[in-house]
Ligand binder design. Sequence first.
Ligand code: AKG
Ligand code: FE2
Length: 303
Amino acid sequence: MTTTTASATAPSTSTALPRLPLVELGPHFGAEIHGIDLARVTDDEVRALRAALVRYKVLFVRGQHGLDDAAQIDFGRRLGEITAGHPVHDSGDVPPEVYSLDSQDNGFADVWHTDVTFVRRPPAVSVLRAVVLPPTGGDTNWADSQLAYESLSPGLRAHIDTLTAVHDGTREFGYYLAQRRQGRGNVWEGEVFTELAPVEHPVVRVHPESGRRGLFVNPGFTSHIVGVSEHESRGLLDILYAHLTKPEHVVRHRWQPGDVALWDNRSTAHYANRDYGDQHRVMHRITLRGDVPVGPVKPGATA
Ligand SMILES: O=C(O)CCC(=O)C(=O)O
Ligand SMILES: [Fe+2]
């Protein structure tokens, strides 16, 4: 999928995609899409949405009150190849394609992360639907990892272009896997997940559709940078995380009933505010299959 339609790339405050009016949410990324019913998308709208995801990285569609789990899954199938809801989390009483985050069941996301980077092929796209919202609070924030990469100094960019990091889902999800009968998680990439073996990804990811580079480390799942001391890894990751989450690199969404958010998981990280006390909040997510992340430096090449 390309971003070559003029309407998907023109930098104005309100731009019409083919049959998809949108309002940009800032100078660089984030857009609200109008005039679309996700339960009845046309092929043109699917193409426009995919192009807009690459260009704007996070999209918000309001008023989708008719969307239930089945319709959310159907919509995901129109957009791409749907994955299991999660590699190891038990889907409980929702369909296996859905990952439910329920505040009454410890479902929080108040650590900056990119979804499921602890597997070889993290999802390309996530689609999140508000199911139960607190009266106030529970906003979600997205950071643009390409904008963050591009605003680092050239010297630091050249250095991190060569680095690899380990991603490990044990801290966040090891508990959930341990709860599963016989330690068997879900099928992901055709494989039953029985352990959360750490994986390596490039610290800088080249987006497979746009070619833009972005930071591909996150506090939720990245454990360390390969081949440097613990001290250097920690220091460097802390610099990158502080930079990634600068307010200039972030859009914040205040949820309303009927809202759906779609994001490009290859170029963003996100964080859900946990500021609503004992109020109830439930969000349902589906994810679309992604590629093995590729860095700017080919394996084996000297930098
Ligand atoms: O609860 C939210 O707003 C975001 C949850 C989350 O991290 C996700 O759906 O991937
Ligand atoms: Fe997430």
